[in-house]
Design a protein around this ligand. Structure first.
Ligand code: 9WN
Length: 415
């Protein structure tokens, strides 16, 4: 089988009929940005199935616009925490299908654009654009945090959960001693590739506290965990650009999306650090994770900044790039960071979705040869090690789940 045939085969095997699971065993439910990235890859080979994925995710949308991070279409007692933890039925505005009460990076509008550009279906944009707009508007409304226009996340599960960039905010979350935590994840994946016990307890403690307000704290600042994530905001900025463009396709009102895109992009551009050659919150240290590179994907780096970010960070052997003895890039944390861990997820390993966002960002910044180099490296990795959830940067060893859907779907897009 060719690489493309193998990728499609993974998606077909992970297809439950209702939605495509992120991976065959570890992740039996529908996850938000997994399904969006899957739909984006399917735009290349089967746009009809891609649109069905968008529709199934939107079945989980709440009345206030939020599209949740997990949708529990069917029971799967082998994964914890499942619907019993979230108890969405007891929350006002929750949909009929059980879901989680938090969200995830909003890639969906970008996927809808890819599907539309591949093969427009009459009526599809009219059906989904108002719902995407409601979700993005909810983020701007409920998750505004300071005067910067950037939005906050209220749980690490809303982004790359185990990333060291969340460590400081997470350390402030109190956990009750002695509470038993059921870790179904470690039945399938080695413990040294997954979050630690104490971090898992903190994840559950945040859910517990958010639940008291039906997952709608009076403001993001009221949440036990709050973080302004540049990766999440860069995804949102690009999605607002795509949504405004999509509204233009049907002569609709893309004003809110266009204005939000402009404000987010301005705020991200203001995060440039001329000394470090990466983006981070002004007044704070760089996170030393790939979030510092993500504004590239939002297209906010000028020519000089993009060049420096590539040479001095993304491709620099001592930071995120290929190095002698560690040829696989981009590492999810900088190799120069004290928190770097080559095996533990989001703390060092290479991810196909991270590379995909950065390849798009390099293209957007006019660094086409550099984008090609990263594309070549990424395809070389899946060719060699299969469609893993993440990979060891030194050996290329597949880690986490195997036959991982977004790795397969994004391979189709990269090809
Ligand atoms: C918790 C499904 C999801 C991804 C997340 C990734 C991981 C879940 C977990 O798996 O999160 O939501 O069990 O750790 O961090 O990005 O969407 O692939």
């Amino acid at each position: 089988m060719t690489l493309a045939e193998r990728a499609l085969d993974v998606l077909r095997r992970n297809d439950t009929g209702l939605f495509i699971k992120p991976g065959p065993r570890v992740y039996p439910f529908q996850w938000n940005w997994d399904s969006a990235l899957v739909a984006l890859g399917l735009a290349r080979v089967d746009p009809g199935r891609g649109r069905a994925e968008v529709r199934s995710l939107l079945r989980g949308q709440w009345a206030d616009g939020m599209v949740p991070h997990m949708v529990f279409h069917t029971p799967a007692p082998e994964y914890r925490p499942g619907p019993e933890l979230w108890d969405s039925a007891s929350c006002p505005g929750a949909p009929e299908v059980p879901t989680s009460g938090i969200t995830q990076p909003p890639v969906l509008a970008t996927a809808v654009r890819a599907l539309h550009e591949a093969a427009p279906e009459p009526g599809f944009l009219e059906e989904v654009l108002p719902r995407l707009d409601a979700w993005h508007a909810w983020l701007g409304r409920e998750r505004s945090f300071d005067d910067s226009s950037l939005v906050a996340i209220v749980h690490p599960w809303e982004s790359a959960d185990n990333s060291p960039r969340f460590d400081r905010a997470l350390a402030g979350v109190d956990v009750e001693p002695g509470v038993e935590v059921e870790r179904t994840d470690r039945a399938h994946v080695d413990a040294d590739e997954r979050p630690t016990e104490i971090d898992y307890r903190r994840y559950l403690a945040i859910v517990d506290r958010l639940q008291a307000s039906g997952y709608r704290p009076a403001s993001a600042a009221e949440s036990p965990f709050v973080y302004v994530d540049l990766a999440f905001n860069s995804v949102l900025a690009a999605a607002e650009v795509d949504l405004a463009w999509l509204w233009g396709e049907i002569g609709g009102d893309g004003e809110r999306a266009a204005r939000a895109a402009e404000r987010l992009r301005e705020a991200l551009a203001a995060c440039w650090d001329v000394d470090e050659a990466v983006f981070h919150h002004p007044g704070e240290d760089a996170s030393e994770t790939v979030a510092d590179l993500f504004p590239l994907y939002a297209g906010v780096a000028d020519g000089i900044q993009a060049r420096r970010l590539f040479d001095e960070a993304l491709w620099a052997p001592e930071r995120y790039g290929p190095a002698p003895g560690s040829p696989w890039a981009v590492t999810s944390a900088s190799k120069a960071s004290a928190a770097f861990d080559a095996r533990r997820y989001w703390r060092g390993p290479v991810w196909i979705n991270v590379n995909w966002f950065l390849i798009r960002g390099l293209e957007r910044s006019g660094l086409v040869a550099e984008a090609d180099a990263l594309r070549g490296l990424t395809l070389g990795l899946v060719e060699r090690s299969g469609f893993a959830e993440y990979y060891h940067p030194a050996t290329g060893e597949p880690l986490g789940s195997r036959d991982f859907s977004w790795s397969a779907a994004l391979t189709l897009d990269l090809l």
